[in-house]
Design a protein around this ligand. Structure first.
Ligand code: CO8
Length: 260
C-alpha cells in the first residue's frame, strides 16, 4: 500500500511510521487520519513487526495538531465525522497489541499531543513542545485530550493545560510524567530504536498481555481491573514463552522467546 502522507520503514522487527506533511507541520487532516488507520491495521497483522515507532517528518514538528484549515470548513455534522475518525485511530493505537513508541521531535499540539498519549511510551527531543491549544481556537480537544491527559498527568495540571492552552517544554513534560525521557534531537531516533530493541528482547505475547491488562484495566473499577489482570496472567501461563522464561531462569541462561 502506498501513502500520500506517511513514510514507512521496517527493520529488525521495528516498524517506523513517519507522518510526512511538512507544508502544515504534519497537521492531521482527514487523509492523514485515514492513512494512519490503514497502516496500523496492516502493522497489526504483520508478524515481522513487534514494536512500532511513530514520529513526524522534519526537525520542527511531530504533529502541530488537527488541520485547522480543514476543520474551519466543517459544520457540526462534518466535525463530528472528523472527531470520529480521530478517535478511531487513537483507539486503534491504544488497543494495538504491540508496543507503540512516540518519538516526539518538535511540536506535539492539540491532536498531535493526543496522538502521543495513545502511544505506550513517549521519548521527546529537547526542542519538543506539548500543549492542548484548542481553547485559543474556540474549541476543546476532540481526540481524547480531555480524558487521556488527566489520566496521565492528573486533573490539576491537565485542566491548567486545557484551560490556558499554554505549551510546555520537554523537561516540564518529563516532570509531569507526560514523557518517559528527554534526549538531544540528534539522538532521538537512535534512543527510540534502542528502547524498541529492549522491548524486542522480551516476549511479544507477554507484552501484549501487559498492555491489555494496563490499558483496558485503566478504564475499569479496581475490582474488575484486578479480575482482568488475573485473566491476562492466566493467558501468559498458556504460552510457550512463560515456560521458556521460567526454565531459562532456573537454568541460569537468557530466555529464547518465540513470542507465542
Ligand atoms: N493546521 C493546519 N496548518 C497548520 C497547523 C495546523 N494545526 N499548524 C501549523 N500549520 C501550518 C501553518 O498554517 C503554516 O502554513 P503556511 O506556511 O501555509 O502559512 C505552516 O504550518 C507553518 O506554521 P507557522 O508558520 O505557524 O510556524 P511557526 O513556527 O510560526 O509556529 C506553531 C508553529 C506554534 C506550531 C503554529 O503553527 C501553531 O500555533 N499551529 C497551530 C497549533 C494548534 O493550534 N494546534 C491545535 C489544532 S486544533 C486540534 O488539534 C484539535 C484536535 C481535535 C479536534 C477534534 C475535532 C473533531
Amino acid at each position: 500500500m502506498t501513502y500520500n502522507n506517511l513514510l514507512y520503514e521496517k527493520s529488525e522487527g521495528i516498524g517506523t511510521v513517519t507522518i510526512n506533511r511538512r507544508i502544515a507541520l504534519n497537521a492531521l487532516n482527514s487523509e492523514v487520519l485515514t492513512e494512519l488507520y490503514q497502516i496500523f491495521g496492516e502493522l497489526e497483522s504483520d508478524p515481522e513487526v513487534r514494536v512500532v515507532i511513530i514520529t513526524g517528518t522534519g526537525e520542527k514538528a511531530f504533529v502541530a495538531g488537527a488541520d485547522i484549515a480543514e476543520m474551519q470548513t466543517l459544520d457540526a455534522v462534518g466535525i463530528r465525522k472528523f472527531a470520529v475518525k480521530g478517535r478511531k485511530i487513537c483507539d486503534k493505537i491504544y488497543n494495538f497489541s504491540k508496543p507503540v513508541i512516540a518519538a516526539v521531535n518538535g511540536f506535539a499540539l492539540g491532536g498531535g499531543c493526543e496522538l502521543t498519549m495513545c502511544c505506550d511510551l513517549r521519548i521527546a527531543s529537547e526542542n519538543a513542545r506539548f500543549g492542548q491549544p484548542e481553547i485559543n481556537l474556540g474549541i476543546i480537544p476532540g481526540f481524547g485530550g480531555t480524558q487521556r491527559l488527566p489520566r496521565l498527568i492528573g486533573m490539576t495540571k491537565a485542566k491548567e493545560l486545557v484551560y490556558t492552552g499554554d505549551m510546555i517544554d520537554a523537561q516540564t513534560a518529563l516532570a509531569l510524567g507526560l514523557v518517559n525521557k528527554v534526549v538531544p534531537q540528534a539522538s532521538l531516533m537512535t534512543e527510540a530504536r534502542e528502547l524498541a530493541r529492549k522491548l524486542l528482547s522480551k516476549s511479544g505475547a507477554t507484552l501484549a498481555q501487559a498492555k491489555r491488562a494496563m490499558n483496558t484495566g485503566a478504564n475499569m473499577d479496581l475490582s474488575s481491573a484486578l479480575d482482568l489482570e488475573e485473566e491476562c496472567l492466566t493467558v501468559c501461563f498458556a504460552t510457550e514463552d512463560q515456560k521458556e522464561g521460567m526454565k531459562a531462569f532456573l537454568e541460569k541462561r537468557k530466555p529464547q522467546f518465540k513470542h507465542r
